[in-house]
Design a protein around this ligand. Structure first.
Ligand code: FMN
Length: 200
């Protein structure tokens, strides 16, 4: 590995609260990371997935090493990324651990399938991506996981689920993107996701 860890001299500490406030402005696409096989499965909601390189196809995701999915991810060396559509808000909530469900119980109520690696992938997701762990960089509380894309399935749906300002937001390709702020909904209320009417 050719990464260099630098000791950073800090004159004035930025508080974690201030940093969190800054990050609330960053709009993140919501995905579910899935790990394991059979009954030994787990998963978590993330916004930290992004593309690393197209050739070869690789992506990165930042995972808290205290998350219950972490040991399975490390042990199996494979993970799935299901990029959620806006009507999969209930899945996002279940996999964020909000209602206390753990492991296989989080998968109930949605349809799952497998591709090459055997990890569960969410049916109807905008994209369901099968990855093999290529590298892991452990830093602070988290690990940056580099995943080599082995297989994937794309859906023809277009409305994405994003997270912005502490709320889930629906982004619909067919709607005016400038109206993004108006579709912001409280994290709890799936039925409240409002797709604004296009102005004529
Ligand atoms: C919108 C949203 C985005 C999240 N993004 C991440 C992320 O990128 N990385 C991460 O480690 N945890 C992220 N989390 C937190 C995990 O979903 C949560 O800690 C985990 O599912 C619960 O941990 P547990 O499996 O130990 O119960 C996010 C949560 C939400 C609601």
């Amino acid at each position: 590995m050719n990464s260099a860890v630098r000791t950073i001299k800090i004159d004035r500490e930025v508080s974690s609260g201030d940093f969190r406030s800054a990050m609330r402005h960053l709009t993140g696409g919501v995905s579910v990371i899935t790990v394991g096989q059979g009954e030994d499965i787990n998963g978590m909601t993330v916004t930290s997935v992004s593309s690393l390189s197209v050739d070869p196809p690789t992506l990165i995701v930042s995972v808290n090493r205290n998350a219950s999915s972490w040991p399975l991810l490390e042990r199996h060396g494979f993970f799935g990324v299901s990029i959620l559509t806006s009507d999969q808000l209930d899945v996002a909530e279940r996999f964020s651990g909000k209602d206390g469900l753990k492991g296989a119980a989080r998968f109930a109520g949605a349809r799952w399938f497998t591709r090459m690696t055997g990890v569960p992938l969410l049916a109807g997701a905008l994209a369901a991506i099968d990855c093999e762990v290529e590298d892991i960089v452990e830093r602070h509380s988290h690990a940056i996981v580099i995943g080599r894309v082995l297989d994937m399935e794309l859906s023809s749906r277009s409305a994405a689920l994003a997270y912005w300002q502490g709320q889930y937001v629906s982004i619909d390709q067919n709607e005016d993107a400038i109206k993004l702020a108006e579709v912001s909904v409280p994290a709890r209320a799936k039925s409240d996701i409002a797709i604004p009417k296009r102005r004529s």
